[in-house]
Ligand binder design. Structure first.
Ligand SMILES: [Zn+2]
Length: 223
């Protein structure tokens, strides 16, 4: 495969191993620890027989570490982390996610932020499931918000739906797409042609949303 784009995403908490994630043909993301040099990574890619050319674009990104000024996604928009002396709990306003200063060590800040994301997901996602199922005439059991890191959503044999809280970082249209996908599973349990046809009918933006999720998967799932 000839690579057009390589995105090296650095993660401070990562110890040694590299993870390779093919986003689409010609586009690969590499999750790398802080200490490994870009050159080493590119060499490894070539050893995998993935060819780099002069026009291959190499983008280097860092997964946000929870610290003052770090950017985190909420409903597809970036917000800046601010540890505030006045904040009693996590709040969001004017482009900032405010976290109480008392939680400024990594572990407690992370716990507070995740609890806040989960709370927003519990407000947003079940409500959209309700609205979208009413519009498109689907019937489902319960909606659960999970902490899954391998899948965005799922539908059980009894049509209970589950969505990861991590989805609340994505734009509303992308969340809707994941919900539509699982709602179609309430009537079709596989991904065969009939499933795709139904999904196309109710969500014409589906492939655009899928692209967004693939591109941002590491950013949403890896912290
Ligand atoms: Zn599916």
């Amino acid at each position: 495969m000839t690579l057009e784009t390589i995105e090296i995403i650095r993660q401070k908490s990562r110890k040694k191993t590299l993870d390779f994630h093919i986003v689409e043909k010609g586009f690969v993301q590499v999750l790398a620890p802080w200490g490994v040099h870009d050159k080493e990574i590119l060499q490894l890619l070539q050893e995998k027989k993935w060819n780099l050319t002069d026009s291959t674009e190499v983008i280097v990104k860092c997964l946000p570490k929870l610290e003052e000024g770090a950017q985190f996604l909420y409903l597809g928009r970036h917000f800046e982390i601010h540890f505030s002396r006045d904040a009693k709990r996590v709040t969001i306003a004017n482009g900032y996610i405010n976290i109480p200063k008392s939680a400024s060590n990594y572990q407690s800040g992370r716990e507070k932020l995740i609890a806040w994301y989960k709370k927003q997901a519990k407000k947003w996602i079940p409500q959209r499931v309700k609205e979208l199922s009413a519009i498109h005439h689907f019937h489902y059991g319960k909606v659960r918000i999970s902490s899954a890191v391998r899948r965005w959503g799922s539908c059980s044999t009894t049509n209970n739906l589950s969505f990861t809280w991590r989805l609340i970082q994505a734009p509303p249209s992308v969340i809707d797409s994941v919900i539509c996908h699982e709602l179609v599973h309430t009537i079709i349990k596989n991904h065969a042609r009939a499933f795709k046809r139904k999904l196309d009918q109710i969500d014409p933006d589906y492939s655009r949303s899928q692209k967004w999720l693939k591109r941002h998967a590491l950013e949403l799932l890896s912290w």
